[in-house]
Design a binder for this molecule. Structure first.
Ligand SMILES: *[C@@H]1O[C@H](CO)[C@@H](O)[C@H](O)[C@H]1NC(C)=O
Ligand SMILES: *[C@@H]1O[C@H](CO)[C@@H](O)[C@H](O)[C@H]1NC(C)=O
Ligand SMILES: *[C@@H]1O[C@H](CO)[C@@H](O)[C@H](O)[C@H]1NC(C)=O
Length: 362
């Protein structure tokens, strides 16, 4: 009996890590699919829409969609750029983009960038051409998006970082790799970095920093701090083990380039101050970041960071997810507008109005 038991337990021991690995893998894939489904079906999840209905789309399938014209009511923040070829970004037909308002009567959609109209209240004229869709576009947080009220009942779709937007345009996302890769964390010579341009002494993030720096060295870059030339951005931040991804205001889903570009693309662990941990975990793996709420005080967090600094294996464990997932954080206007192009092509747009923008976006 004993003799027979022996090989059994040892194969069992071998099986356990394997099963555990399988479990981790399926959890990762599940999380990914859940996120992606949200991205791809994002048209269907605007809070202001009726639940999506099954449409008879078979007649559309083999037809080349007619070219879609999208009028940018303004350049976003007045910044012009070359219009993208969406066919090279996504597997879709190109859209015709223009900022020439003479196209208004013929435009299938008008994208209105919030910041450029919120003070002037200069919206396209009504009545609009039948079937033209107005798309409200905004990547700023509600704290920095004044005058929403006059836009109620004007728009047909929303386009923002909020996951329940008609067109979901986050600051970054994860892509699943075809093959697992070995993760190598570059050698780090420094501890904590923070890049901040808008220094508001009474903000929660500055107050947290003031407390944190009593216990651990934090190198601050930005206006009135250490210089950080654009071309040195990654090579500088790469040297740090941790990056303070402190958002300027706290709102659901408002997770910005401070996590995606500054921390993830620089191979630093983001220390986040923003919406609750659960909200972050809808977008990124739980073991990819440190949340200020994980600790009762800045002092205790500083202590934890010092421990991690000394324990390389534990530090590296924050990078394990990268064997299957790749963060994308270099987004730009061209990607956002092509998402609008894709949404207009891919989805039959049902009758839809955003009634109370100001109640939803807060
Ligand atoms: C805008 O489009 C109209 C009609 O195609 C054209 O006549 C006009 O020259 C264009 N304006 C600019 C500034 O390109
Ligand atoms: C990853 O590392 C292991 C062990 O060092 C090696 O056997 C494997 O070939 C590596 N895989 C890749 C994709 O580099
Ligand atoms: C878009 O919104 C406007 C304003 O509420 C509405 O009149 C129009 O019917 C909507 N269009 C579609 C296609 O839903």
């Amino acid at each position: 009996m004993d003799f027979k038991k022996e090989p059994q337990t040892s194969s069992c021991k071998k099986l356990l890590p394997f099963l555990f690995f399988q479990l981790m893998l399926s959890m990762l894939l599940f999380a990914y699919i859940r996120n992606n489904r949200q991205t791809d079906s994002s048209l269907a999840v605007s809070p202001t829409r009726e639940p999506p209905q099954q449409l008879e789309t078979s007649t559309l399938i083999d037809k080349r969609p007619p070219e879609i014209t999208i009028l940018l009511w303004t350049w976003p923040f007045g910044q012009s750029f070359n219009f993208p070829k969406c066919s090279s970004l996504f597997k879709i037909e190109d859209c015709r983009f223009t900022v020439n308002r003479s196209w208004y009567p013929n435009a299938d959609a008008v994208v209105v960038h919030h910041r450029d109209v919120c003070y002037s209240k200069n919206l396209p004229r009504n009545p609009r051409p039948p079937s033209q869709l107005w798309i409200w576009f905004n990547l700023e947080s509600p704290s920095h998006s004044p005058n929403l009220g006059f836009m109620d009942n004007q728009f047909n779709l929303t386009m923002s970082y909020r996951r329940d937007s008609g067109i979901f345009t986050p600051y970054g996302w994860l892509e699943v790799l075809d093959h697992p890769q070995n993760v190598t964390v570059p050698a780090k010579s420094k501890l904590v970095a923070w890049v901040v341009s808008n220094w508001n002494p009474s903000s929660r993030r500055v107050q947290y920093y003031q407390e944190l720096k009593k216990y651990i060295t934090v190198d601050v870059y930005g206006q009135r701090h250490l210089p950080l030339p654009r071309d040195k951005h990654h090579s500088t931040l790469n040297q740090y083990k941790f990056y303070l991804s402190f958002e300027n205001s706290i709102h659901e889903d408002y997770i910005t380039e401070k996590v995606w570009k500054n921390a993830f693309l620089s191979m630093a662990i983001p220390i986040v101050l923003g919406p609750p941990r659960k909200n972050y975990e809808r977008f990124i793996p739980p073991d990819s970041f440190i949340h200020v709420e994980d600790f009762p005080s800045a002092q205790e967090m500083a202590h934890f960071l010092q421990e991690l600094d000394k324990d390389d294996l534990r530090y590296q464990s924050y990078f394990r997810w990268r064997s299957w997932l790749k963060p994308v954080g270099e987004t730009g206007w061209h990607i956002q507008y092509c998402k609008a192009c894709r949404a207009l092509q891919n989805k039959p747009i049902l009758y839809t109005v955003v009634p109370e923008l100001s109640k939803w976006f807060k």
